[in-house]
Design a protein around this ligand. Structure first.
Ligand code: FAD
Length: 476
């Protein structure tokens, strides 16, 4: 059966959009492999919102703009921070339980926030709690159905997008890409296996514009233990006083500086000392505090032999979040009729060159809702007989993650990026190639994009990169 609306992705953005769409028609939500596997499920630290007594929407806006390093779209930021409080209220009404001090919501501080404004749930399972509440709400609506599928790789395209290929072609009035991030393209990442940038590849091959894709945030503190996954040690640990130290126990950076600054400081310290990691140490807060405040992180580290209440954990940076993606307006409209995008796969410009911690769950719910509302109005139907399917994903190649880490990672330079472009072209690796091309074209350092050969920020590049199938990189 063809649904009215097809939502590709069941993280916070896709689920929030589905709820908004259910009043207007039938909705099919598709996830890759499993309905529970998404970055949303792993988001620990929290969701930022200007709701505490000493906070203001204008301050949240200011902090977001500052983190974005001159590249945020002010209208998108304003939308995020102004619509944030109501979005949280809605989540609470739908059953999301955020941690409280007595009756009042409990707020914590994260890097580059000027106020305590990060809500959390079950200590460090915030994304899972929000996704649970959204899923519960969406599943209660008569018109919403769910399906997991190997991976959607093809959109149905004529002069716009009107469906996708699952086992067979599925037609819809509008299609939402809510496929999340792309961290899995990198050797070291905090992201789950589903985060391979599929939505960017699908959008690109269908003909949509991709923007700011060179901006990839590297989280400074992922577990760096032989044989263990790069499990994220949330920024909230540093918010609660965790210190970064080298093997001699010396601090070497300001722990709550923006993520790119901390990530580069760690890389420099690792290079200087020759150590494969640095230490993140919260042991001075005592075992009881760490266990109660960060139960999931505490238990996970313990499983790998680290007692965070008594010792520091070995950490190193890992690819974490894509600021860029499929270019959209504030209502999730891409540059193609019928195709919408929301959440991490989209680029509204809300994060600019660097995301402020805990803004992305909020982005998912605020812009997921807006995209859902706009899709209700969509009635794209292709001209008969003009259909083509855009194939997108190349077979996975083991060389890609290492090439991405070495050449499109925390510190980049022309020579490596050029080499990466050539390799990715021959491997038909769409998203890696887009990142390498745009990173090569941006001859400056800004936010999360650091060029060793152009270490200074340049006014000439205070613009968004845009790339599409039939055109080279431009800046607008
Ligand atoms: C470890 C970790 C910790 C984080 N902590 C925080 C935090 O504390 N606060 C915060 O704000 N943000 C955090 N983030 C970022 C945040 O979790 C994500 O940006 C956000 O959840 C993305 O939501 P989404 O709905 O866009 O995508 P996701 O939640 O990633 O969902 C993507 C969905 O798309 C599906 N999908 C992907 N490809 C395909 C395909 N080809 N076919 C069909 N389905 C597909 C997946 O199966 C999944 O259902 C964290 C991220 C990670 C990885």
């Amino acid at each position: 059966m063809n649904p009215d609306f097809l939502v590709i992705g069941a993280g916070v953005a896709g689920l929030r959009a589905a709820i908004e769409l259910a009043e207007a028609g039938t909705v099919l939500v598709v996830a890759k492999d499993s309905l529970r596997e998404s970055s949303s499920e792993y988001a620990q630290g929290g969701i930022a919102v200007a709701l505490s007594d000493d906070d203001e929407v204008a301050l949240h806006e200011q902090d977001t703009m500052r983190a974005g390093d001159g590249l945020c779209n002010l209208a998108a930021v304003r939308t995020l921070v102004e619509e944030g409080p109501a979005a949280i209220q809605e989540l609470i009404e739908w059953g999301a339980e955020f941690d409280r001090d007595g009756n009042r919501l409990a707020f914590t501080r994260e890097g580059a926030h000027s106020r305590n404004r990060v809500l959390h749930a079950h200590g460090d399972s915030t994304g899972r709690e929000i996704a649970r509440a959204l899923y519960h709400k969406a599943a209660s609506l008569a018109h919403v159905t769910f399906r997991s599928f190997a991976a959607i790789t093809e959109l149905l395209v004529s002069e716009g997008v009107y469906g996708a290929v699952l086992d067979e072609p599925i037609h819809a009035r509008a299609v939402l890409l809510a496929t999340g991030g792309l961290g899995r393209l990198y050797l070291h990442t905090t992201n789950p296996e589903v985060a391979t940038g599929d939505g960017v590849a699908m959008g690109y091959h269908a003909g949509a514009e991709i923007s700011d894709i060179e901006f990839v945030q590297f989280h400074p503190t992922a577990l760096a233990l032989e044989g263990a996954p790069n499990f994220l040690l949330s920024e909230a640990l540093r918010g609660e006083g965790a210190l970064l130290k080298n093997a001699s126990g010396e601090r070497f950076t300001e722990e709550l500086a923006p993520r790119d600054v901390v990530a580069r400081a760690i890389v420099n310290e690792m290079r200087r000392t020759g150590a494969p990691h640095v230490l993140l140490d919260l042991s001075h807060r005592g075992e009881q505090f760490v266990r109660e405040r960060f139960p999931r992180i505490f238990e996970t580290c313990l499983r790998y032999g680290i007692n965070l209440g008594r010792e520091g954990a070995p950490v190193a940076p890992a690819a974490h979040y894509a600021m860029g993606g499929v270019r959209t307006d504030l209502d999730g409209r891409t540059t193609l009729p019928g195709l919408f995008a929301a959440g991490e796969v989209a680029c509204t410009g809300v994060h600019g060159a660097n995301r402020l911690a805990s803004n992305s769950l909020l982005e998912g719910v605020v812009f997921g809702k807006r995209a859902g509302r706009a899709m209700r109005e969509a009635g794209f139907r292709p001209a008969v007989g003009s259909a083509v399917a855009s194939r997108t994903l190349p077979p996975p190649d083991a060389a890609i993650p290492r090439l991405m880490w070495e050449h499109c990672g925390i510190v980049r330079a022309a020579e490596g990026l050029q080499k990466a472009c050539e390799e990715f072209e021959s491997l038909h690796a769409t998203v890696p190639l887009l990142i390498a091309r745009c990173a090569l074209a941006r001859r400056e350092s800004r936010g999360a994009h650091f060029r060793a050969d152009y270490p200074i920020k340049s006014d000439q590049y205070a613009r968004h990169s845009i790339i599409r199938k039939d055109a080279c990189v431009t800046f607008a």
